[in-house]
Design a protein around this ligand. Structure first.
Ligand SMILES: [Zn+2]
Length: 331
């Protein structure tokens, strides 16, 4: 044991020396304290991917199912580990067909004392019907929602982990909306109503803190396919043009201009629509839209193919790295 100890000691001394040298090199570069505080931490693609897979491993996260309940516990525990204050907003939502959905929005606050805040959001439930699947026999089956749901949440859990390791200058709230994807299935008639984004409608009217407002918000939806391309979604441009410019500008500087395209695309009634119209502060949507599929969305959208096999960890990292750069740049 004594020998082992001395080798360990030598190793520790070597490491100490090595890191001291590194520190000196850093100082030589002339990075000020302020600059180093605003340097974003490195985003881990592997970690983000594991956070996506952890969700799909539960199976489809459809409200009122055991998988939904189990994933809720996982998300609460994981986010609580990283954030300063966790809020669980339980509510019962009414679906297009009258089904009562036991739902829960999960909110993780970082530096809750700070008044200047940014909110990052994604939906964590998955769709109960693969109503756009090529096989008619599959259209009643629930989907894994690896891209549509889990990808955004996975990206944000890795952002949360990084925020816990190094604090930015602004406060951040990470919101996982429930009951986004229980909207009226294709070809089914339903009473007039807003049947999508039930969790974001609830939160926008009853935020976790009364009167809550953020400087701006960024929503992620379908950010995990290898061929993802993000354009300026219509409502994002209408309500949050300056946020679009900031995020797309940052992505361009990072060399992701071939993923974040400076082009406009049609508006989508996603969770950000309700935040913009009901909560009263701008929220943009980073969402994968496609023209060639005929649905406006990627080929896996609302099909059983929306599974973990179609998730590209490099795409998760492109989105996560862009978010970190935007957050740490805020003063
Ligand atoms: Zn969906």
């Amino acid at each position: 044991m004594a020998k082992k100890y001395s080798i360990l000691l030598l190793f520790a001394l070597f490491c100490g020396l090595f890191f001291t040298q590194c520190e000196k090199k850093k100082e030589k570069k002339g990075q000020s304290v302020e600059e180093s505080l605003r340097t974003p931490p490195a985003y881990s693609a592997d970690s983000a991917f594991l956070f996506v897979k952890a969700q799909t491993d539960f199976g489809p996260r459809v409200p009122n199912t055991p998988a939904h309940k189990q994933c809720l516990e996982f998300l609460k525990q994981t986010l609580a580990e990283y954030c300063d204050t966790l809020y669980c907003q339980e509510f019962t939502a009414k679906a297009y067909d009258g089904t009562e959905l036991k739902s829960c929005n999960i909110i993780g606050s970082f530096a809750p004392e700070k008044t200047k805040r940014i909110v990052l959001a994604s939906h964590w439930d998955s769709r109960p019907f693969a109503d756009h699947d090529a096989e008619e026999a599959n259209r009643q089956k629930p989907i894994d929602g690896a891209n549509d749901g889990a990808s955004g949440v996975g990206v944000l859990l890795e952002v949360a982990r990084q925020l816990s390791l190094k604090s930015p200058e602004v406060g951040v709230d990470i919101v996982f909306f429930d009951a986004e994807d229980y909207g009226t299935p294709e070809g089914v008639s339903a009473p007039e109503g807003e049947w999508w984004g039930l969790g974001s409608q609830y939160w926008s009217q009853k935020p976790h803190i009364p009167g809550y407002r953020a400087l701006y918000g960024i929503l992620l939806d379908m950010v995990g396919n290898a061929n993802a391309r993000f354009r300026h979604e219509g409502f994002s441009e209408l309500y949050g043009r300056s946020v679009i410019n900031k995020v797309w500008g940052t992505a361009g500087q990072l060399g992701y201009g071939d993923v974040f395209l400076n082009a406009t695309s049609h508006p989508i009634t996603d969770d950000h629509y309700y935040v913009n119209t009901l909560a009263g502060f701008p929220m943009i949507d980073i969402i994968h839209q496609e023209d060639y599929t005929g649905t406006g969305f990627p080929a896996t959208w609302h099909t059983l193919n929306d599974n973990i096999e179609h998730i590209d960890k490099n795409m998760l990292a492109i989105v996560g790295t862009t978010l970190l750069a935007v957050i740490y740049d805020e003063k």
